[in-house]
Design a protein around this ligand. Structure first.
Ligand code: IPE
Ligand code: IPE
Ligand code: MG
Length: 266
């Protein structure tokens, strides 16, 4: 039996209900630090432990992809010192964690316009991605200088280029093709989007990918996020009925059919 925050499921059913792809808007670092009378950057540093805890849990429960929003395309507008600390932190964490990620069979991927970063940081990112490229237990996808609108425009530009080069025709453009060209094209559909920090908005995160994701908002500030809070979100996801435009009755019928087919196979 697998236990998710107080609920027990048979292993098969639990695996069924584990989201394949979870994304997190890691918000609330600044307020967490300010509540303690510290500088905002203290909160960013403390947030690294919550990143470790969520990666560990994601791997443990069998989530295939975890996408973390680390720095948005709008975050450049913050005070220069804060942006500087965030860049430094990104670089430090890459240096200290990549080996561990690799040992744990975790693939690291970075999405966003990394061309805006310092060249050394860009090289570090590429090296880490190459080192971990074949790992299978979890894809840890870091969104850095990422914007959902950028992602859509970038995909559009790459598709347009292929049309221009006559590698694609206009009629080839459909949802599936577009999905292959956004930054998460090699990852499973987004199932669950979590936002910490109490605000109920998407802040230009995975706009294309959110289409049928379940949303989970918590007031917990990111540095306080831990396995327990993550488990609550996963357990909440497990009891939701995802309808994808159908009626609740249609979904229940589908589930009955699936269960019957499973029994026949057994
Ligand atoms: C999220 O925490 C981290 C980044 C955006 C880099 P914030 O820094 O936005 O913290 P609050 O929302 O101001 O508390
Ligand atoms: C979203 O948080 C970006 C990240 C968590 C990296 P923000 O703090 O930047 O979002 P807003 O400004 O509250 O919408
Ligand atoms: Mg914020």
């Amino acid at each position: 039996m697998t236990k998710i925050s107080g609920q027990s499921h048979s292993t098969d059913k639990a695996i069924d209900k584990i989201p394949h792809h979870v994304a997190i808007i890691m918000d609330g670092n600044g307020r967490w630090a300010q509540q303690k009378g510290k500088l905002r950057t203290f909160g960013h540093k403390a947030g690294v432990d919550a990143v470790r805890a969520s990666v560990t849990l994601a791997r443990k429960v069998g989530i295939e992809s975890l996408t973390l929003f680390a720095f948005s395309s709008e975050n450049w507008q913050r005070p220069k010192e804060e942006v500087g600390v965030l860049m430094q932190l990104f670089s430090l964490v890459l240096r200290s964690e990549v080996k561990k990620l690799n040992q744990n069979d975790i693939r690291l991927k970075v999405i966003g316009d990394i061309s805006a970063f310092d060249i050394k940081l860009q090289e570090k990112i590429k090296k880490a991605e190459a080192l971990t490229a074949r790992n299978k237990s979890l894809t840890l996808n870091i969104a850095a200088n990422y914007g959902g609108r950028w992602d859509i425009i970038d995909a559009t530009r790459r598709i347009a280029h292929k049309v221009e080069q006559k590698q694609l025709s206009l009629n080839d453009i459909d949802e599936e093709l577009f999905n292959q060209h956004v930054s998460t094209g090699d990852l499973p559909e987004l199932d669950l989007l979590i936002r910490t920090g109490g605000d109920h908005r998407v802040s230009n995160f995975l706009l294309w990918q959110c289409a049928y994701a379940e949303f989970y908002f918590t007031d917990v500030l990111w540095p306080d996020f831990n396995e327990e809070v993550f488990n609550l979100a996963i357990a909440d996801f497990a009891i939701r009925q995802r309808r994808f435009g159908l009626t609740g009755e249609q979904i229940m019928k589908q589930e009955d059919n699936d269960n019957n087919n499973e029994n026949v196979i057994c």
